[in-house]
Design a protein around this ligand. Structure first.
Ligand code: NAG
Ligand code: NAG
Ligand code: NAG
Ligand code: NAG
Ligand code: NAG
Ligand code: ZN
Length: 504
């Protein structure tokens, strides 16, 4: 069903142009008139069309849409499956549709998993460890009731079935972080008969992550800090018994959600520049910076672009389910035939462009470890900031946003961000202003990610950067490497993040 929806949209476009063959002369002359009226896009012109007031108006509207979820979530959010997210999709779709026939719009529906933890409690011996945090997408404990059993230490990192002693059956598995994903550990614990699992950190800090793709073997799973775990490990190693209880009331459900794709009808359809942002937010808040800023920037650039003609096709993607683990972009790339994959010359990721305590962060996407062309894109961003007399920093290109699937399938990728939960250093405060010692986005993944959580100076500059990147490649790929492979250099590299969530 889903695949055929996409094929239908693409093939009906092709059929339409074939059927209209006898009219081609007529429509060609019309095209000439239009393209005569529409100047070829230039970076300067498209940047000049960016008005921060338009962006701000869109952000205010988006917050109103997030409020539609309040009945169901007790606060504004645009998490997938919510009314706020459905309204966001409608808003993106209708905005592009209102631009006339400049774009071909495709809805790409896919199955996603949505999870919510309502209540949880972990008691180890007679203590309630403070750092215990239920993993995202954890199933509830049996019958959504507390379960009881001894705490049993798992051997090694708990990545092999043999690491689970036979007395784990009916017990709560105590597993060290490392080597394999939280989801794999939870499933192995479940297979061995554990009633719940606790994964403790092997490094500093608390441990919060996701089990990822649901498995029938998953059991209710918590993360625990290294510090909180040490006393229990010592006691267990001395053979002491720690009778414990775990309780999680949660839901993991399958829903349908939608990617919106808009592609210019003009330009060489064999050579597309693609860019994307995500339409969804986390459940905890309205996500106006994350990623309202990026997705609205795309909407505004797509709107302004209609004033111009393009030499190369421009394709915009608004991904759903990014916050649940890059679901939409993963799905999109997985459905591309080799032939379609080949048409995408590069992918540019725009996620969080207006962080209040911002830095100009450029993903350090080098050709050494990424598809060739990623580095040329990185350097385009660097030159942009330099030419605007702005400082920038290079940040790891480590799979935390929607570029992940593209670079894993051989498509050059890159992007910029204004910063998430990282702490601004003293040096960065000198480079960008703002406050050292605080997060780039102090409202990251929280209720306060509202219209007030935007730095308009950063947003305007970064939207101009997006306009520059679109105009540059819409005009020409001269000097940009040809696609060389759909194989990836990065496929084997272990990623610790899936979207914004830790998986191992
Ligand atoms: C695509 O989604 C939009 C927004 O939800 C909707 O208005 C439109 O009818 C859908 N189009 C198709 C062909 O399904
Ligand atoms: C479970 O078995 C291991 C040995 O395989 C032992 O060290 C541990 O004390 C046992 N735990 C309980 C609660 O019986
Ligand atoms: C960028 O990545 C390359 C590896 O591809 C590495 O050698 C270099 O040190 C990185 N630069 C920064 C500033 O992180
Ligand atoms: C760039 O950073 C330097 C400090 O490293 C600072 O002196 C300068 O003012 C910054 N430039 C801008 C435009 O903020
Ligand atoms: C945006 O950031 C700049 C530099 O840190 C600061 O001067 C300005 O006041 C900020 N603007 C807003 C609206 O927060
Ligand atoms: Zn994001």
């Amino acid at each position: 069903m889903r695949l055929s929806l996409l094929c239908l949209a693409l093939s009906s476009h092709v059929i339409a142009s074939v059927i209209q063959l006898p009219l081609i002369l007529q429509s060609e002359s019309q095209v000439t008139i239009t393209s005569g009226g529409n100047a070829l896009v230039s970076s300067e012109a498209l940047q000049g069309d960016i008005d921060v007031e338009n962006l701000l108006d869109r952000a205010k509207h988006l917050f109103e849409l997030a409020k539609l979820s309040t009945d169901d979530y007790a606060h504004p959010t645009r998490v997938i499956g919510s009314k706020g997210h459905i309204a966001t999709i409608d808003y993106i779709y209708s905005t592009i549709a209102s631009l006339g026939d400049y774009y071909t719009i495709t809805n790409q529906t896919f199955d996603a998993v949505s999870g919510n933890v309502f209540e949880s409690r972990l008691v180890l011996g007679s203590h309630v460890p403070k750092s215990a945090t239920p993993m995202s997408l954890t199933p509830p404990t049996s019958n959504k009731k507390p379960v009881f059993g001894p705490l049993v230490l798992v051997d090694n990192d708990g990545c092999e079935q043999a690491d689970y002693p036979s007395n784990i059956s009916g017990a709560i598995a105590f597993i060290r972080r490392g080597t394999c994903t939280f989801g794999e550990k939870s499933a192995l614990a479940g297979k061995a008969g554990a009633v719940a699992a606790v994964i403790y950190n092997s490094g500093e800090g608390s441990l919060s992550g996701t089990l990822g793709e649901p498995s029938p073997y998953h059991v209710a799973t918590f993360g625990l800090s290294y510090k909180d775990s040490q006393g229990y490990i010592e006691d267990l190693q001395e053979g002491k018994s720690i009778y414990s209880s775990a309780y999680i009331d949660s839901i993991v459900e399958k829903i349908e959600t939608v990617n919106i794709i808009a592609q210019t009808k003009g330009g060489d359809a064999e050579n597309c520049v693609m860019l994307g942002g995500h339409s969804d937010s986390v459940a905890e808040g309205p996500g106006i910076n994350d990623d309202g800023s990026g997705s609205l920037t795309l909407l505004e650039v797509a709107t302004q672009l209609t004033k111009y003609s393009v030499n190369n096709c421009v394709r915009f993607g608004w991904w759903a389910g990014e916050e649940e683990g890059l679901l939409g972009s993963d799905y999109y790339v997985s459905m591309l035939s080799n032939e379609e994959n080949w048409k995408i010359r590069l992918f540019m990721d725009y996620d969080m462009l207006a962080s209040p305590n911002y830095a100009n962060q450029v993903y350090n996407a080098t050709n050494e470890v990424n598809p060739t062309g990623s580095e040329e894109l990185r350097d385009l961003y660097i030159k942009f900031y330099q030419s605007h007399n702005q400082n920038y920093t290079l940040i790891p290109f480590d799979g935390r946003s929607d570029y992940d699937a593209f670079i894993k399938h051989g498509i050059p990728g890159g992007g910029i961000a204004a910063g998430a939960e990282g702490v601004k250093t003293k040096e960065e405060a000198e480079m960008f202003g703002g406050t050292a010692g605080e997060w780039f986005d102090p409202c990251y993944h929280q209720l306060c990610d509202t219209v007030d959580n935007l730095n308009l100076t950063a947003w305007e500059l970064n939207t101009k950067l997006v306009a520059h990147s679109v105009a540059t490649y819409a005009k020409s790929f001269q000097g940009f490497p040809e696609r060389s492979s759909i194989e990836s250099k990065v496929a084997q590299k272990p990623f610790y993040w899936r979207g914004h969530k830790l998986v191992m």
